[in-house]
Design a protein around this ligand. Sequence first.
Ligand code: FES
Length: 163
Amino acid sequence: MNEARNLPPAARADLLPELLARRAREPGALLPILHELQDALGHVPADFVPAIAEALNLSRAEVHGVVTYYHHFRDAPAARHVVQICRAEACQAMGADALLAHAQQRLGCAVHGHSKDGAFTLEPVYCLGLCASSPALMLDDQLHARMTAQGFDALIAEAGATP
Ligand code: FES
């Protein structure tokens, strides 16, 4: 299950100033800062971008561009479960596009969207290290190889039944 990071409001408010004070002077601080925020909150809140940009002497567009360029970063909270389907070359050669199309239909959402019931976020990922057993996906922190549409449905049904 995706670990929702529900920090108390006070802890959330303290997080960014503390992080910027600690890391902003480091060379190449942007990515480490974004990673820490993603780890702590599960996403990089859009309302944090102006302060990050100011602290690092970057434009807001530059910071936003990095957040949206890297698929690892989310700019909004994920659902309880996160499904990441590999879209890299080996998986594509073994039917990842069809698997993704099935996932979108089954969940009722597009890539980067949330399922109709709000329980799943669907994301692309680019290689999970299971190229020899493709197509591959990751559901929360669990890797699954040689995935089929039927296997996908079974995984979703099982995960959806757990709180
Ligand atoms: S290409 Fe999909 S796991 Fe490597």
